[in-house]
Design a protein around this ligand. Structure first.
Ligand code: AMP
Length: 280
């Protein structure tokens, strides 16, 4: 496995990989877990070679403490990627990606600033900008993103479409712990009872799905989510959006088309998100 820390090095490796066949890309911030590895497996199924990136992107963090405390486990990450047969890893530092600051940015102007984008201002602009840079550096045939980050996936699909980027985007279903908690690099920052309580994220979405399937309204589903999450003292619901899966417009009443439910839940040190798409 090639480990490349500079753009020049990864471009050299990409030259050979692209000559030999198709390349699937998985972009990550490291602290890898089975969720990331599901993206790698999906990319490996479809392509001759998989390239992964590990970069904790400073511009998508609103909070300096969150950036500082983001888990970094480079050695185990590289071992996991090597075991999965990844051909090359691009692991740059911030100066390599942002040598001259942030003069040029990429933003899906509406989609980046609604819903979870309101909870984390600037977050999706940081994501779109860094993903554009990584797409331009790697030039893979396709890239794989988790459905867990539901709005992020929508932002990237929209950006690729609007900017005519020559890359195919694939969504991969969320990988969960045994109690339903979506795997996340941030889960290690849950303290004491929080880890136990965190199962209410998925539980609340499952209850809401059952209500929608019974023909209840999205308002009733939202009420039940609020009830389930407020039953736990260690966390607070800070975002709840029920949207049309295609347009991300808010939905009211009994849904007639596929909807997405997105929740953001704040614990003492960390905010976790989860999502469920419900076909009608
Ligand atoms: P991150 O390292 O958190 O930026 O995530 C890198 C990629 O892995 C993103 O496309 C995420 O959506 C995806 N991902 C993170 N957690 C999971 C999960 N539990 N299941 C599937 N994909 C995930």
């Amino acid at each position: 496995m090639h480990i490349c820390r500079s753009i020049a090095e990864i471009r050299n490796v990409m030259w050979d990989l692209a000559t030999d066949g198709s390349v699937g890309l998985v972009t990550t911030m490291g602290a890898l877990h089975a969720g990331h590895m599901a993206l790698v497996a999906a990319a490996a199924d479809d392509h001759d070679a998989v390239v992964a990136t590990i970069f904790v992107n400073p511009t998508q963090f609103g909070d300096a403490k969150d950036l500082e405390n983001y888990p970094r486990t480079e050695e185990t990450d590289l071992a996991m990627l090597r075991d999965a047969g990844v051909a090359a890893v691009f692991i740059p530092d911030a100066a390599e990606i942002y040598p001259d600051g942030e003069e040029t940015i990429v933003e899906t102007t509406h989609l980046a600033n609604i819903l979870h984008g309101e909870v984390r201002p600037g977050h999706y602009r940081g994501v779109a900008t860094v993903v554009t840079k990584l797409f331009n550096i790697i030039q893979a045939d396709a890239a794989y993103f988790g459905e867990k980050d539901y709005q992020q996936l929508a932002v990237i699909r929209r950006m690729v479409r609007d900017l005519h980027m020559p890359i195919t985007i694939h969504g991969v279903p969320t990988v969960r712990e045994a109690d339903g908690l979506a795997m996340s690099s941030r889960n290690v920052r849950l303290i004491a009872d929080e880890r136990y309580d965190a199962r209410v994220l998925h539980l609340s979405l499952t209850v809401a799905e059952a209500l929608i399937k019974e023909g209840k309204t999205v308002e009733q589903a939202a009420e039940s989510i609020r009830g389930v999450i407020s039953s736990k003292r260690s966390c607070k619901l800070v975002g709840l959006d029920i949207v049309d899966a295609e347009t991300f417009a808010p939905v009211t009443g009994v849904p007639t088309k596929t909807i997405g439910i997105m929740i953001s839940v704040q614990f003492l040190q960390v905010m976790l998100i989860d999502q469920k798409e419900i076909a009608i």
